[in-house]
Write a new protein. Structure first.
Lengths: 128, 134
């Protein structure tokens, strides 16, 4: 998770400041935001149940207020530029990421339209 | 209106024998039935059940079978072609539960199930088409 935030913070500052949250917007009603959520993280085991790697999938999306599509699409593109084919070493682990799915949907709440646009990223983590 | 669906298609084996095609169809049925079961289990384990409508509207369909008739759907059954199979979450609000809203985090009952069978599908279909399973 720290790997993702580290990769996303700088590219997204112009769009959302520091409003990158896990699971849900915390409720201060400032938009847009970026939300990330862990979907699944199955382990790949070797002999003797040695943990060879973990293949996690994270859903990462922009949520914007208003009917316009350009801003959420731009934020999703910035997320993708930062994460698709990203790699690095973090806390003793090799980490790579790539997008496996993309999505967009709309929500109407209290008469306001909110756009959700983003992607699902496979994040492979294995020890150095 | 949104309907969450995942479809598995293996339609690039015209040169393969009928035995292999039969194996593929059997594997597809097993995969999507597993996907349906897992999505329904996820509804329970992820705490999504209120009336049970969303869980009951999940169905799977493949070569020669469909669980649509046993599902509680107000929408028509999704069509499929030869050597195709699908798992379908028929409740129109499924996407908001799975992907989340501005008020609540996503509870990926369906996406997790799809991810699970996708990994298995890649392994099993690869082995069948390479002749490793017969």
């Amino acid at each position: 998770m720290e790997f993702l935030i580290g990769k996303l913070t700088t590219p997204l500052t112009a769009y959302v400041g520091t409003r990158i949250f896990a699971d849900v917007q915390p409720g201060d009603a400032t938009w847009p935001v970026v939300i990330f959520q862990l979907l699944a993280a199955p382990d790949t085991l070797g002999a003797g149940a040695t943990r060879v790697m973990t293949r996690a999938v994270y859903r990462i999306k922009a949520i914007t207020k208003g009917a316009g599509m350009q801003l959420p699409v731009d934020i999703a593109a910035a997320i993708d530029s930062a994460l698709h084919k990203a790699d690095g070493v973090f806390s003793g682990f090799y980490v790579t990421a790539h997008r496996v799915n993309s999505f967009a949907y709309s929500e109407v709440s209290s008469g306001e339209t909110f756009r959700h646009v983003g992607g699902e990223y496979r994040v492979d983590v294995h020890p150095q | 209106m949104f309907h969450a669906t995942t479809t598995i298609v293996f339609d690039h084996f015209n040169e393969k024998s009928d035995d292999v095609k039969k194996l593929v169809d059997e594997a597809l049925e097993k995969l999507v039935r597993d996907g349906e079961a897992r999505a329904k289990l996820n509804c329970t384990s992820m705490g999504t059940i209120d009336t049970g409508n969303m869980q009951n509207a999940i169905y799977s369909k493949g070569p020669g079978f469909s669980t649509f008739g046993a599902a509680a759907n107000t929408q028509p059954e999704e069509p499929i072609g030869n050597h195709e199979a699908l798992v379908h979450a028929g409740a129109p609000y499924s996407i908001f539960v799975d992907y989340g809203t501005i008020h609540m985090p996503g509870r990926p009952f369906f996406s997790e199930a799809v991810e699970s069978i996708k990994t298995t599908a890649e392994k099993v279909m690869g082995q069948i088409l390479d002749g490793g399973l017969s």
